[in-house]
Design a protein. Structure first.
Length: 259
């Protein structure tokens, strides 16, 4: 049992967030999940002793309440996202993820922890790193993404959330350190082999695939493994499924490999 960690999970009822909660509990990590409805949690985690469920509306939560929910947590994992429906994509709140992160930062600043909190955000490969760090993304793809953000609020929100961490919080905040995990096209499946890259490796028009279980696994590794955390702190790694075993000779099953 990993009694040294307690993680606040946001978006715990989503498809990836549910996998994060399950994998953390399977590792013996204590989880505190803020959800609008406990009924939407995966049935397999309900009632587990290391899971504490807080039924609340995060976006209207007073800072003092969020301070209390962060008490004792050394990490925050956000798998927040917009519901895939016309209302969820085009309707409010348009800044769900960005605003939630600002709330978390404000609560941490209001009651500074003894050690920096690890914040791990689930983004996507549509998110650009600052200063054109994704060198393989050409002008055409950047123009396409800019147009996409004009018409789709969730795409704009994901970019602004990542920019908030990279540019507003920055790499040297004494109380909050971060990683933005960027998966490609999300798929079902169990944990197998996956690869973690420094930057974008595939075109938006010829995407890779990423099992949600692999996103969850990397997020859990960032909480529980200090080497993995230090490798990616302050960065935006891209996680994709590994190629078939016969095409890869040096993969680590269930582990990340930097490229």
């Amino acid at each position: 049992m990993d009694a040294t960690h307690r993680v606040l999970v946001l978006g715990a009822t989503g498809r990836t967030g549910g996998r994060v909660v399950t994998q953390l509990l399977d590792r013996g990590v204590a989880v505190r999940a803020i959800v609008r409805s406990a009924d939407r949690l995966l049935a397999e985690v309900a009632g587990r002793p290391l899971l504490e469920v807080v039924e609340a509306e995060l976006l209207t939560m007073p800072t003092a309440d969020l301070v209390a929910h962060l008490d004792g947590c050394d990490a925050v994992i956000s798998c927040l996202g917009h519901t895939i429906s016309v209302r969820g994509v085009l309707g409010p709140p348009h800044d769900l993820v960005r605003y939630a992160l600002s709330q978390v930062q404000a609560a941490i600043e209001a009651n500074p922890p003894p050690a920096p909190v690890r914040l791990i955000l689930m983004g996507s490969v549509s998110v650009n790193q600052p200063k054109c760090a994704d060198s393989r993304r050409g002008a055409g793809q950047r123009a396409f993404l800019s147009a996409l953000r004009l018409v789709l609020p969730p795409s704009r929100d994901n970019q602004r959330a990542a920019d908030f961490l990279a540019l507003d919080v920055g790499p040297a905040d004494p109380h909050l350190h971060w990683v933005v995990v960027r998966p490609d096209t999300l798929e079902e499946g169990d944990v197998g082999e996956y690869v973690v890259h420094e930057a974008i490796v595939s075109s938006l028009f010829r995407p890779d695939h990423t099992r949600m279980a692999h996103v969850a696994h990397l997020m859990c590794e960032l909480v529980t493994d200090d080497t993995t955390w230090e490798r990616w702190r302050g960065r935006m790694p891209v996680v994709v499924d590994a190629e078939p075993a016969e095409e890869k000779t040096s993969q680590l099953s269930g582990k990340e490999r930097a490229s």
